[in-house]
Write a protein that binds this ligand. Sequence first.
Ligand SMILES: *[C@@H]1O[C@H](CO)[C@@H](O)[C@H](O)[C@H]1NC(C)=O
Ligand SMILES: *[C@@H]1O[C@H](CO)[C@@H](O)[C@H](O)[C@H]1NC(C)=O
Ligand SMILES: *[C@@H]1O[C@H](CO)[C@@H](O)[C@H](O)[C@H]1NC(C)=O
Ligand SMILES: *[C@@H]1O[C@H](CO)[C@@H](O)[C@H](O)[C@H]1NC(C)=O
Ligand SMILES: *[C@@H]1O[C@H](CO)[C@@H](O)[C@H](O)[C@H]1NC(C)=O
Ligand SMILES: *[C@@H]1O[C@H](CO)[C@@H](O)[C@H](O)[C@H]1NC(C)=O
Ligand SMILES: *[C@@H]1O[C@H](CO)[C@@H](O)[C@H](O)[C@H]1NC(C)=O
Ligand SMILES: *[C@@H]1O[C@H](CO)[C@@H](O)[C@H](O)[C@H]1NC(C)=O
Ligand SMILES: *[C@@H]1O[C@H](CO)[C@@H](O)[C@H](O)[C@H]1NC(C)=O
Ligand SMILES: *[C@@H]1O[C@H](CO)[C@@H](O)[C@H](O)[C@H]1NC(C)=O
Ligand SMILES: *[C@@H]1O[C@H](CO)[C@@H](O)[C@H](O)[C@H]1NC(C)=O
Ligand SMILES: *[C@@H]1O[C@H](CO)[C@@H](O)[C@H](O)[C@H]1NC(C)=O
Length: 742
Amino acid sequence: MEITAFYTYFLLLLICFNCQGCLEEERDALLKIKASFNSPDPGAFSNWYVQECCQWEGVECDPSTNRISKIFFHYWRDRSLPDLWYPNATLFAQFKDLQELELPGNQIGGFISPHAFIKLKRLRKLNLHDNSIHNGSNLWWGKFPSIYSVDLSYNKFTTDGLCSRKFPFLYSLDLSGNKLDGNIPECLCDNRFFKELILSDNNLHGSIGSCLGNMVSLKHLDLSSNQFNDSFPSMLISNLTSIDSLILSRNEFKGMISLSIFANLSRLRCLDISYNHLEVETESPSWSPSFNLNVLHLSGCDLKNIPSFLSTQHHLLSLDLSYNLLIGNISWMLCNVTSELRLRGNNLSGSFPRTFQNISSQLTVLDISDNFLHGPLPKDIDLNFPRLRFLNVSMNSFNSNLPQSLGSQILRELDLSNNQFQGEIPYSMTRNMTSLEYLRLSGNNLRGDALPKNSSLPKIRWLYLNKNYFSGTFPDTLGKSMDLEIVDIRRNSLSGELSLYLPVLPQLRALLLGGNRFDGQIPLQVCQMRDLQLLDISRNSLSGEIPDCVGNITSWTDSSYRVYLLNDHRSSFDIIINGFSVTLQALNFDFMGIDVSFNRLTGKIPVQMTRLKMIHFLNMSNNLLTGQIRSPFGNLANLESLDLSHNNLFGGLPLELTTLEFLALFNVSFNNLSGMIPVVAQFGTFTSDSYLGNPGLCGLPVGRQCAETAPVYLSAETSVFLFTDTATGYTLLFWCVIFFLY
Ligand SMILES: *[C@@H]1O[C@H](CO)[C@@H](O)[C@H](O)[C@H]1NC(C)=O
Ligand SMILES: *[C@@H]1O[C@H](CO)[C@@H](O)[C@H](O)[C@H]1NC(C)=O
Ligand SMILES: *[C@@H]1O[C@H](CO)[C@@H](O)[C@H](O)[C@H]1NC(C)=O
Ligand SMILES: *[C@@H]1O[C@H](CO)[C@@H](O)[C@H](O)[C@H]1NC(C)=O
Ligand SMILES: *[C@@H]1O[C@H](CO)[C@@H](O)[C@H](O)[C@H]1NC(C)=O
Ligand SMILES: *[C@@H]1O[C@H](CO)[C@@H](O)[C@H](O)[C@H]1NC(C)=O
Ligand SMILES: *[C@@H]1O[C@H](CO)[C@@H](O)[C@H](O)[C@H]1NC(C)=O
Ligand SMILES: *[C@@H]1O[C@H](CO)[C@@H](O)[C@H](O)[C@H]1NC(C)=O
Ligand SMILES: *[C@@H]1O[C@H](CO)[C@@H](O)[C@H](O)[C@H]1NC(C)=O
Ligand SMILES: *[C@@H]1O[C@H](CO)[C@@H](O)[C@H](O)[C@H]1NC(C)=O
Ligand SMILES: *[C@@H]1O[C@H](CO)[C@@H](O)[C@H](O)[C@H]1NC(C)=O
Ligand SMILES: *[C@@H]1O[C@H](CO)[C@@H](O)[C@H](O)[C@H]1NC(C)=O
């Protein structure tokens, strides 16, 4: 054993004696760069202890010279470090044969001694994507004769800072996601070498004609998500004879154009002019394409008909014609698009084509939502669409039972909401959906169990089953779905003791169970869901006291608590706030709240609830709560809406409530409150409706004069100065609240 080890070592020694290691000065420079990183991510530099630096992670040597030719430190710097990194360019200048330098995602704010880059005579490719560089002078453009590809996307460049140097020989430049505004920066114009120019996701506007006129070599042009607001540059575009990918979507180009302007661009493979203010004519003047497209996106282009030239396109991978005025049926496109088909928001009608029944499609994405389609979904949808990952048929009039075969194991998102589907969810569907993350069945006529027993949805994150006729208990089969973030089963007929069936779902952000028939107490499981932002258990038959442990829910109590934002369109649902129905586009911190209204809750409001200073709305109305409204309610500083109406509360209104500066809705009607109503701050805006049915309350809003002896509720933290305005007979209250921070 030991002898073998010895020989291996000897052999290695021999080999290494023969091979030249990396150069000493380059090794030094690498170590200095490492040192200047300041506490790198522990995963980075993992093998930087071996002698031979050509083998170090993140570098590559030219085998003939043993000089370093590539450096790629991708997202190595620890993102939590507060300061930006300003590496000394002189260190990089040591690598005389460096051809590729890739430093994306390292919080670089700029370079010290940037002119040192001039020594990198062989640099071809520079990638500084996703850093924080804002000053063009921090890079030494001028003398890079060899460089051809520069990626500066997602930095902080402004138009001003950018053009301190020219970009003369570049083939490829990516400046997407910066802060460029105004016209396309001068220094980018008229570059005959550009093959690839990406300026998407900035604030550019004006016209592009004069700048791009001479870019005869362009193959890939992406100006999407800016504010270009001129008429569409048709003439210019017909001149871009080398173009293969043209992306001008999400701008403000105006006017009427004919697709015939693209007719002679024979190399065009990818065309996206979606979401401008264009009226796109597809048929006249009559034309025939010389191109064969893979990708065509014409969303929001005012198309009246399915373009007839599509029948010449045999290689369409992705077709998006959403939000047009298309009429007719979907047969042709289902058969002839091979990967992604989006037809959302048109006037398409008819049933799911029957001729399609024996065909197997390669589609991975199918969105035919928001049309006028009806009838059943294909019985063998899994065989017809064996590769489907995303299916959205929402907002049509499909009206059959759910197909037994819908439970594909690769399906990730399934939206069947707002149709007239009926019957039960087939067990075959939810038995083993191992990839499903999103399921929306809302607004149908489904009945039976909300999820069949023994369903398995291990990856589900968004579950919307609201507005159906589901019955039975809470689907405890969800106890295995630990990634759940939103559960919405509102407005069904579920029943049973909620606390017996509700599992602890540690990632849950919204638990929406309002409008069912659950009974028993509020489940303590809720308190262990510490990221909870929205709780709606209103309109059930819950009884007992509100548990103290609600104070354990960190997202409601701790302002420094930062769960990542669910800034995702999949977290979208309707909710009633301040009496209005609002569609939350994405759940965020402004929508923290609790609705336990219309139950049979008893006892006092636990004082722990006054710790929930992050919540924005609180509705405890229509219960049997007793006790007083305590002064610490004034701690709920973010509260916009507080409804305590229709309970058995008594005592006065604590003055601390008047410190709630965002309060827009306040309702304590139909309790047993008494004493003087404060009328300062937000409380000057509430009318008598807020106080109805409390014979003991007096003051301006209810038009009932307070007796001199009416109790005024003060607390130790507050000093109040009271004046009586005898002219009106009303008591006016001027106050000064002094907070004692503790
Ligand atoms: C950059 O590095 C070079 C060489 O190590 C050194 O001479 C120079 O002083 C450094 N510049 C700054 C500003 O630290
Ligand atoms: C950019 O950097 C140059 C040289 O380092 C400096 O002179 C200039 O003031 C900087 N500009 C801005 C806007 O910070
Ligand atoms: C384009 O937008 C800019 C900035 O909003 C405005 O000044 C300009 O007049 C607009 N041009 C056209 C043709 O609408
Ligand atoms: C298109 O190209 C022709 C010939 O190269 C040129 O004369 C014309 O000005 C160009 N048109 C535009 C709008 O750039
Ligand atoms: C396309 O080429 C044909 C034949 O060369 C020509 O007649 C037509 O005008 C061209 N169309 C456009 C839009 O340039
Ligand atoms: C469209 O699909 C049908 C049926 O598969 C086929 O016969 C036809 O040739 C296809 N058309 C094109 C343009 O690919
Ligand atoms: C599309 O449908 C809407 C709603 O039914 C209707 O108002 C509109 O006239 C239709 N448009 C066309 C072009 O058929
Ligand atoms: C779809 O439309 C085509 C022609 O417009 C027609 O031949 C076909 O029968 C229609 N298919 C269905 C399912 O309605
Ligand atoms: C589909 O296949 C079934 C048997 O697999 C056959 O009976 C039926 O005729 C086929 N339908 C079409 C439209 O080809
Ligand atoms: C499905 O389509 C509807 C209507 O177009 C849309 O509101 C919903 O967000 C879509 N679902 C998904 C998962 O994209
Ligand atoms: C569920 O599907 C996976 C593949 O995605 C498979 O390995 C597993 O055996 C299936 N489980 C059951 C119970 O069918
Ligand atoms: C709430 O937190 C307290 C103190 O940390 C703990 O004793 C209690 O068990 C928690 N309650 C629940 C239901 O998690």
